[in-house]
Design a protein around this ligand. Structure first.
Ligand SMILES: Nc1ncnc2c1ncn2[C@@H]1O[C@H](COP(=O)(O)OP(=O)(O)OP(=O)(O)O)[C@@H](O)[C@H]1O
Ligand SMILES: [Mg+2]
Length: 278
């Protein structure tokens, strides 16, 4: 692939050198730190020495082309995938130096809304949201009811508590998934394309909801999206991943004003530029 006489590798090297840092500053805490993580599936390398720290009490969005390893990154953060090398540090603990039991304890402190993670089809909305509490705690049902109904109210689903997932719209399912991710009061919340399949108005409403809930509860939010408007609206920081590395990291304003040809092409959704179909 060539652009303006530069080879792909030259362009990539240029992009790499333009990365100012990984978001670590002395005055910001980072509950989740990814250090030089490499991951391959067979001979196919997905993460190639990825470094990124996610700032506490902020929403960090990960952008990047399809198949570039965004979902794989999130699975590393929650300890569902083990890096070939490098470290995933969560709450100051290297999750792969921890025991399986400790890892399970750490996982309970995450709220996760996965791209392919649907609601349990055989449970109504209420039971879906109650599930993590019933599974991970010995809380009494009266307390569970209070928490679940509180979360459902926050996401505007109080009236749909007894509905089955098959009876509600895509947007309502996303909100129910959000309520389920939040019910354990997690310090870290990961969203993998929460807006996929939603119309622009529902996407915008979901973004408002993410912002409102983040303002109320705070926490380290990491969001993967393909929707540039979502990234612009909700993010404090944006990281752009390409070819297994972080090629851009900065405040939302910095990234949207980036002079980098790859980032500009990606954000503008243009077909001409360094990024092709391969
Ligand atoms: N468990 C796995 N085994 C083998 N290959 C995998 C596995 N998980 C992911 N991959 C491969 O790793 C690459 C990155 O996948 P990933 O799902 O992270 O992409 P993505 O950036 O989330 O893409 P999209 O934007 O389309 O969701 C893909 O080529 C995918 O096929
Ligand atoms: Mg993905």
């Amino acid at each position: 692939m060539q652009s303006d006489g530069q080879t792909d590798d030259q362009l990539f090297a240029g992009v790499q050198s333009a990365v100012a840092g990984n978001g670590s500053t002395d005055d910001v805490q980072h509950t989740v730190r990814i250090r030089n993580v490499r991951k391959a599936f067979g001979s196919f390398r997905v993460l190639d020495g990825l470094n990124i720290d996610f700032a506490d009490d902020a929403i960090t969005t990960i952008l990047g082309p399809s198949g570039t390893g965004k979902s794989v990154l999130l699975k590393h953060v929650v300890g569902l995938l083990e890096p070939d090398s490098g470290q995933v540090l969560v709450f100051d603990q290297d999750i792969w130096s921890a025991s399986e039991r400790e890892r399970q304890e750490l996982r309970k402190r995450f709220g996760v809304l996965f791209q392919d993670g649907a609601l349990f089809g055989s449970m109504n909305v209420y039971d879906n949201v109650a599930f993590p509490l019933r599974k991970h705690t010995d809380m009494r049902e009266t307390k569970i009811r209070e928490l679940v109904m509180g979360r459902l109210e926050e996401v505007g689903l109080s009236a749909a508590a007894t509905k089955m997932p098959g009876e509600i719209s895509g947007g309502m399912k996303k909100r129910a998934g959000f309520a389920r991710a939040l019910v354990v009061n997690p310090k870290v919340v990961l969203f993998d394309e929460p807006d996929s399949g939603l119309d622009p108005v529902r996407t915008s409403l979901l973004n408002d909801l993410i912002l409102k809930i983040h303002q109320e509860h705070r926490g380290t939010y990491v969001l993967v999206t393909h929707d540039i408007q979502t990234a612009r609206k909700v993010s404090d920081h944006i990281g752009v991943i390409w070819k297994g590395k972080l090629v851009q990291y900065g405040s939302t304003e910095e990234v949207f004003n980036s002079p980098d040809p790859f980032v500009r092409q990606f954000l503008a959704g243009k077909s001409a530029g360094p990024l092709g179909m391969d």
